[in-house]
Structure formats: C-alpha cells, structure tokens
Design a binder for this molecule. Structure first.
Ligand code: NAI
Length: 358
C-alpha cells in the first residue's frame, strides 16, 4: 500500500493532499467549513496543467460549496475533492477504490458525491471502501443517484423566475446554453418543453449533434456562444466563463446557469452589474444536486427533494429583492447572506464548544 496523505491548514481551509502511485491517484480535498455540518461537495475528475491549478480550483470550489449549502438551508459545511485525471490508460476502479480509502482515512469531515468527470458508478466503487460518499443509485422513492437532473430542475426554475421578473415568459425567450453535459442537455430539454428558443454550444461537437437530433436547437461555436443575441445566457460548462473578455461582448441581459464559479473574479460581478446584466448567483441556482445528495445523507425521500428544489426560486427572489433595494450586484448580496448564515452557525457552535468551525 503506497497511499500518502498529508494535512495542512491555510487561510482557514483544511487541505488534504493524497497520492497513491500504485494506481496513479493524486489529488486534493479541501474542507472549507464545518460550521453547519460535514464538509460536502462533489469529486471532480479532470486534467490539470499543474498541482497549483488543481489546488486553486479545489479551494474556490470548496468555498462555493460552503455558500451553496448554507443558502440551501442544508445541515452541511463546504468542501470539494479534485482528482487529477491520469494521462494515458489507467485502472478507473482501482483509482476510485484508492480515493475511497482516502475518505475513510479522513474519517467523515468530508463527504463526496459526483461532479464533473465522475459518475454514480464511480461513487459505488468509492462506497466499497467507505460510508463517506453519496450520489449512489437508490430505490424508486429514496433520494440518491445522479444529482444532475435535480441541478437542471433548480436552474430551470431559476431561469423561469428571472425571465418572469423581466416580464418575459419562457415561451417568448431566446436562451443560449453553454455546455451540453449532464446538466446542460437536461436543462435544454426542459427549456424547449416550456417553449424557449435555444442557441447551444459545446467544445465536443458530438454533444451538440446528439442534442440536435432530439430537439430543435441552433448550434453555434463555443467561442461565440456567450455573445449570442439572446435574452438569457446559461453557463453550464466549467467555471470562470464570465470574465473581463466575455462580459463586454455579451448581449444577453440575464445570466443564470449551472456552472460553479462562473465569475472569474469578484470584480466581474460589478462589471455585469454596471452593464445592467442581471446575474443569478451560481450557488443559489445550482443547489438542486446537493439538495439531492443531502437528502440521501439524511435518509429523505424524493418528494422532499422535489419540494426543496422548488424552494430555490423563493430564495433567489430574496437575493434579487435585496440586491435591487441596495443597488448592488446579486453576487455580492448572495455572498453576504451565505456568510451571515455560516457566521450564525459558527457563533452557536462556539457557544456550545462543539466541533471546530473552520
Ligand atoms: P459535464 O461534464 O457532464 O458537462 C460539461 C459539458 O461542458 C461537457 O459536455 C463539456 O464538453 C462542455 N464544455 C466544457 N468546456 C466548455 C466550453 N468552454 N464551452 C462549451 N462547452 C464546454 O458536467 P455537468 O455535470 O453537466 O456540470 C456542468 C457544470 O455545472 C459544472 O460546472 C459543474 O460543476 C456544475 N454543477 C453540476 C452539478 C451536477 O449535479 N452535475 C451540480 C452543481 C453544479
């Protein structure tokens, strides 16, 4: 056994680095906050140029999970794991078994589930080594399985809410969807079902082609999708798609999508606000998946997940009302609201001398 696990703390985050040369496993787990419960967030399996890029992605994603879980009212802290996708061939089952041993070693402060690049099958393999993983296939009425459809539902409801807020029903809206993976493709089907006209793009042309064979969509280049002449732009690919280059080129007046960390920097929230583009904070709209994961962890059924996901537009309305009243960007307001919720829990824990609040 060659598993190596190191632990360090930086700027209030716990960072676990792990490596197992037997199966080419290497990655990092970041525990951002334990104030509301075990740090929970998906496991990303992705190519990274170097260890620094992997760590900074994990740290940003873990912080986003703290905010997302707090805003969704879940008894969970924030964390994230990132595994470097090996170059060339590798034994996927051996790699995820080794990752399961890492989670077991950490002992429950971090709970994993699917994210970009991982599947319910991978989570089953992880479960063979540890109970600290969710997103597993479930019986008919129980919560569990692939979180993506719930994420797509929450984003769909958020989009319907902001379109209605701007006095334009979905049936009269033109929407650009960037990224046609598990969430993006599902979202497109829901939007098309509600009568929206769709413009889509994916860096893998076959993903767009697959969708075009099932519903009417206009396919455009991934380099141009953000500048489409549409009412709403829905980023459903990877993070940092909203930045100083893309924002000035955008013609949509609304942005709402599934991708985590859509803003490249905090300054981009201001840039959107100054251009009069209403931005739906990503972690408010895309909480459906983690709501499903939390329900699995808590032993809830699908009906409860359905109800909780339908509460997302109500929370979004609170954020947007507060942003309008204070004339600030919804991103700033959502961050403040999430931090308030975490601070309240941290204060309560300190009083009770409970588990350490990171
Ligand atoms: P996925 O991996 O199934 O799909 C991502 C798609 O985006 C792929 O088809 C990929 O080819 C495409 N893509 C990547 N870069 C692109 C670019 N520059 N332009 C156009 N297309 C591009 O991932 P999934 O699960 O659909 O997630 C999408 C986003 O939503 C990710 O940022 C993820 O972190 C976030 N998210 C997903 C949740 C879930 O339940 N799956 C939950 C919450 C957030």
């Amino acid at each position: 056994m060659t598993l190596q696990l190191t632990r360090m703390e930086e700027d209030g985050q716990l960072i676990f680095r792990f490596e197992d040369s037997d199966c080419d496993l290497s990655g990092v787990i970041v525990v951002d906050s334990l104030a509301l419960g075990p740090a929970t967030g998906g496991c990303r399996f992705w190519h990274y140029d170097d260890a620094a890029a992997m760590l900074s992605d994990a740290r940003r994603l873990a912080r986003g999970m703290s905010y997302k879980n707090a805003m969704a009212g879940l008894p969970l802290g924030g964390g994230k794991s990132v595994i470097r996708r090996p170059d060339g061939t590798f034994d996927r089952a051996a790699l995820f078994r080794a990752f399961g041993r890492v989670l077991e070693e950490i002992g429950g402060d971090y709970l994993a589930a699917e994210d970009v690049g991982t599947t319910p099958r991978d989570m089953e393999v992880v479960r063979s080594q540890t109970p600290f993983v969710f997103g597993l296939p479930a019986d008919a009425d129980q919560a569990g399985g692939d979180p993506s459809p719930w994420t797509a539902l929450g984003v769909f409801l958020s989009i319907a809410h902001v379109c209605a807020r701007r006095g334009r029903p979905l049936s009269q809206s033109r929407i650009a969807v960037q990224g046609l993976g598990s969430v993006g493709a599902d979202l497109c089907r829901r939007l098309q079902g509600a009568g929206a006209a769709l413009v889509v793009a994916d860096v893998h042309p076959e993903a767009a082609e697959r969708l075009r064979t099932t519903i009417p969509v206009e396919v455009v280049s991934p380099a141009a999708i953000h500048a489409s002449d549409v009412d709403l732009f829905a980023p459903c690919a990877l993070g940092a798609g909203l930045n100083e280059v893309t924002i000035p080129q955008m013609r949509a007046r609304l942005v709402a999508g599934a991708a985590n960390n859509q803003l490249a920097t905090q300054a981009d929230a201001t840039l959107l606000h100054e251009r009069g583009i209403l931005y739906v904070p990503d972690f408010v709209a895309n909480a459906g998946g983690i709501i499903n994961v939390a329900a699995e962890y808590l032993g809830h059924d699908r009906g409860m997940v359905h109800d909780a996901v339908h509460r997302i537009p109500g929370r979004l309305a609170q954020v947007l009302d507060r942003a309008e009243a204070s004339r600030t960007s919804p991103a700033q307001v959502a961050d403040v609201m999430a931090r308030e919720l975490i601070a309240r829990a941290t204060g309560a824990m300190a009083e009770n001398e409970g588990k350490r609040p990171l």
